[in-house]
Design a protein around this ligand. Sequence first.
Ligand code: PLP
Length: 391
Amino acid sequence: MTDTKEIRQVYLDYSATTPVKPEVLEAMLPFFSEDFGNPSSLYTGGQTAKNAIRNARGQVASLIGADESEVFFTSSGTEADNWALIGTALWKRDKGKHIITSAIEHHALLHSGEYLEKEGFEVTYLPVDSDGFVRPDDLKKTLRDDTTLVSIMLANNEIGTIEPIEELCKIAHEGGALFHTDAVQALGNIPLNVRELNIDLMSLSAHKIYGPKGVGALYIKKGVNLPGYLHGGAQEAGRRAGTENLTGIVGFGKAAELAGQNLNGHILKLRELRDYFIDRVLKEIPDTIINGSQTSRLPGNANIVFKYIESEAILLRLDIAGIAVSTGSACSSATLEPSRVLSAIGLAIEDVYGSLRFTVGDYTTKEDLDYTMEVLKEAVIKLRSFSLFSS
Ligand code: PLP
């Protein structure tokens, strides 16, 4: 970045979170002030709030092809993951104490698994191949009579790989286990239909689809009688106690409605921008490699190895130039631990440390990417000139 260039603010971290869309904010605002009632109150103000929640439940349900009675609002995708994993393990413990998940799940799942292990459950973490795919045969071989739940994410937050969920779900069911998927990254970025996939449980989050932070949902298929996880009042049909996050839920509903209205356009736009960026990086910056699947991946995700450099150093240079990107997932980038996901796909440790995640979204423009390329090229040349390993 030379001193004379104008700094442009470029956000390329849409997998970490997204800005709230103006229409979403507009839908939320009345529920902070004039329509602030408690949805459990019987008088008119309470009923207005209750109706707003019902409407939002329908909006979220329709984005995933569910019935509105199957959507249970939570405080986050993390809570939905905890409820699905720990809740199911406890509920089904008389049948068995074995759970299967994958090595590349979000911490919300992995740390829930570790918690269950401390409580006497057995958890198998399936490996993935070099593209990040869980192999259906591995699942077949790992299922046992005492396996109660299989939980495999729909799309990975770091490398964007979309798992063969329909097939994995079928195998789990044939083995007599329930199937949960963490669809936090997939929602609003690929078409999703719980009926077609035949999923039992699915975790969702609002802030990845231009809704507010601090609100998520767990889809629970009708007939799957997963008990409540938070105990108290009768909210969420008695399965998730606590006065509802009214404004958050209304925002989630609106964001889901908007995502559903333009899903194909959104996917095409993101894919085009992402591919444009990847093409330019591969052509213009030597010794770069794309991580993850080239065919089955989220439309906005580009996870790239810059050989011979520590990606953190690139990230800081991009930040000075106004560009926001990420090393690893947002939740682990504050730690200096190498990414579990990149290690699981078999990357050499120096390439794990040389990887950066760029995720484009609805507000990304080609000019943003051109500017990023300019800064990136300069940063890579400069950093490689200090590197002992570059040629
Ligand atoms: N699962 C995945 C795959 C995610 O990417 C995230 C957020 O980064 C979560 C779960 C957690 O969702 P939330 O931030 O709503 O707790």
